[in-house]
Design a protein around this ligand. Structure first.
Ligand SMILES: Nc1ncnc2c1ncn2[C@@H]1O[C@H](COP(=O)(O)OP(=O)(O)O)[C@@H](O)[C@H]1O
Ligand SMILES: CC(=O)N[C@@H](CCC(=O)OP(=O)(O)O)C(=O)O
Length: 294
């Protein structure tokens, strides 16, 4: 009996959160390293659909870096990165589209729909949702020589939220691949964290949630007791400059900063390997992972 009452207690604890978030938009970045197994994927999908049924408007933007690399290996191409950006020649761009738009986007949409969501898959090209131009990697201050050409890698120049607004208004869950379209109609490969930050900013979302493969941001990555629960933007910059935040975590933190600068209320980096981490973050008093704050 006590156990059943405890279950009801969990629901009651959620009331103030549901009331606060009702009708608000959450941008959820679902990354390749958090897509590690079927039961976890299923957990993430359940969280998203439950959120929708509770009145939140989830907008999903996904990556899939590890799957792109696997597919490149299968066709005998070696993945190459410069400052975290995948060097993307024309053939790689085709594979990026095949994996992100053709495979992963459809998989996520199918899983959401199977459990009762009304998900619609889009790439940044659809309805000119994500406009982009060719970008260059940002090299370290002490770098000398010519900046390497990373090919069809794009930076976001604008986001047209019309299609997303319409889908939300009609109760759909938009699921977006991080591909952008240039003025010339050319497709660009955009880092999914960067695209998520820009999307949350353009939608003036209530929250940006980045699911990843660590508990959050550690003050010292080697010391697993040094998890930071609230990270100030200023301290985040210091940590990046000192090399305490590095690699794939840099674009995540930058995405949070972009979102915060454009009025997004809360940005979170949480562990996608933890079952129902999103629900724990949103609907309980505990809060998990790292919240990046102004
Ligand atoms: N200070 C830090 N705290 C936590 N993770 C960090 C930190 N600095 C770098 N990282 C790295 O960032 C990684 C997450 O980025 P990434 O692998 O690109 O994730 P995803 O595929 O989910 O987008 C972590 O696995 C970790 O290796
Ligand atoms: C330019 C660039 O690097 N694009 C990324 C896009 C996918 C991505 O960001 O996936 P994750 O979120 O799983 O890392 C790539 O090609 O891997």
């Amino acid at each position: 009996m006590d156990q059943i009452i405890a279950k009801a207690g969990v629901l009651v604890e959620a009331i103030p959160y549901i009331r606060t978030f009702y009708g608000k938009t959450f941008v959820i970045k679902y990354g390749g390293n958090a897509m590690i197994n079927e039961s976890l994927k299923q957990g993430v999908m359940q969280d998203i659909v439950l959120m929708k049924f509770l009145g939140v408007n989830p907008v999903v933007i996904h990556g899939g870096g590890p799957e792109i690399t696997q597919m490149l290996n299968r066709v005998g191409k070696k993945a190459q990165f410069v400052q975290g950006l995948r060097v993307t020649d024309a053939e790689t761009m085709e594979i990026v589209q095949m994996v992100l738009v053709g495979k992963l986007n459809k998989e996520i949409v199918a899983k959401l729909n199977l459990i009762g969501g009304k998900a619609v898959g889009l790439s940044g090209q659809d309805a000119n949702l994500i406009r982009a131009k060719k970008t260059q990697p940002t090299m370290p201050a002490d770098f000398q020589g010519e900046i390497p050409d990373v090919g069809f890698v794009g930076e976001v120049t604008g986001i047209d939220t019309t299609i997303i607004d319409q889908l939300i208004a009609n109760n759909y869950i938009p699921v977006i691949s991080s591909i952008g379209v240039g003025e010339d109609g050319v497709s660009y490969n955009i880092n999914a964290d960067t695209a998520a930050g820009e999307l949350a900013a353009a939608l003036r979302a209530e929250k940006l949630i980045m699911l990843t493969d660590v508990e959050g941001i550690f003050e010292n990555y080697e010391d697993k007791s040094s998890l930071i629960s609230a990270l100030q933007v200023e301290h985040a910059y210091e940590m990046i400059n000192r090399g305490q935040i590095e690699g794939g975590m840099i674009p995540k933190v930058q995405a949070c900063i972009t979102a915060l600068n454009h009025g997004v209320n809360r940005t979170h980096i949480i562990d996608g390997r933890l079952m129902h981490s999103m629900l724990l973050e949103i609907l309980t008093d505990q809060g998990i992972g790292t919240m990046v704050v102004q």
